[in-house]
Design a protein around this ligand. Structure first.
Ligand SMILES: [Zn+2]
Length: 267
């Protein structure tokens, strides 16, 4: 029995990029993985995920086969890491925009003697055709950055769960599509998925993206309702939707860098 996160080889494997950079390789065994795959993120580094059952060959050859993907991802991840650092220096947000919902939120930090943080009742400040502006009181131990971050993360996730499916349905009805269900989760490596039974799952982070990118995620998954893979036929379908574009698809690959550190940092 192999548990998640266990290592089955004596020495830690590593990978050398063509510029000589050495990357430590983490191995993970996942019950959900159907085949071997690679992840690279600023937080986890380079990770090879194996299905929990079956053979577990050493990763060297697999990594070599994936060299081009890895080297490209390394560059992307480095940009992401720098963006995360820069965002971390900015600290907690005064304003949060949920562009896809046409909402703007002012965060009111209200110190009190409490050790915890309480999320208060939102107040509508202004509403016009373009957007609604609210204020959100966070009261309690607002000196504690970590507690504030966790409270804001809860707020974004709750808002995403409550509102994102509705705006996704609206985008989908524009192109005459109706998924069996739209779910919202908090994930790390994918913006969205579409299951074989037509369930679209969106990443809560979509709420924090520019409107056209959040829309692209929704349209991308909508195209999967018709074409499950990433074939030329898929992209023909996708780019026939208003607003979907190759440029947005490219930008999305780097869009993790647009997510602020206060949402990504869980510590
Ligand atoms: Zn896809």
């Amino acid at each position: 029995m192999i548990s998640e996160n266990s290592t089955i080889w004596e020495e830690e494997p590593s990978f050398y990029c063509s510029d000589g950079t050495k990357l430590a390789v983490k191995l993970r065994f996942s019950k959900r993985a159907k085949r071997r795959r690679i992840n690279l993120s600023p937080r986890e580094g380079l990770e090879v995920v194996y299905p929990a059952t079956g053979e577990h060959p050493k990763p060297a050859q697999f990594l070599e086969e994936q060299r081009q993907w890895i080297e490209r991802a390394v560059k992307r991840t480095e940009l992401q890491r720098q963006a995360l650092e820069a965002s971390r220096r900015q600290g907690l947000p005064r304003w949060i925009d949920f562009e896809i919902l046409a909402e703007r939120w002012r965060i009111d930090y209200q110190p009190s003697a409490s050790l915890n943080i309480r999320i208060g009742r939102p107040v509508l400040l202004k509403q016009d055709l373009a957007k609604s502006t609210y204020s959100l009181p966070l009261s309690g131990n607002v000196e504690d950055q970590r507690l504030c971050r966790l409270a804001l993360q809860r707020f974004v996730l709750a808002r995403a769960r409550a509102q994102l499916p509705r705006s996704a349905h609206a985008v989908l009805s524009e192109i005459g599509q109706k998924p069996s269900e739209i779910r919202v989760k908090r994930r790390k490596h994918t913006w969205g998925t579409c299951s074989s039974i037509g369930v679209i799952t969106l990443d809560a982070r979509a709420l924090l993206l520019p409107r056209e990118l959040a829309r692209e995620i929704i349209l991308h998954e909508a195209a999967h309702l018709k074409v499950p893979n990433h074939s030329a036929e898929f992209y023909r379908e996708l780019y026939s939707y208003p607003g979907a574009s190759e440029e947005n698809e490219k930008t999305l690959k780097r869009a993790a860098a647009l997510i602020p550190a206060w949402f990504e940092d869980t510590e």
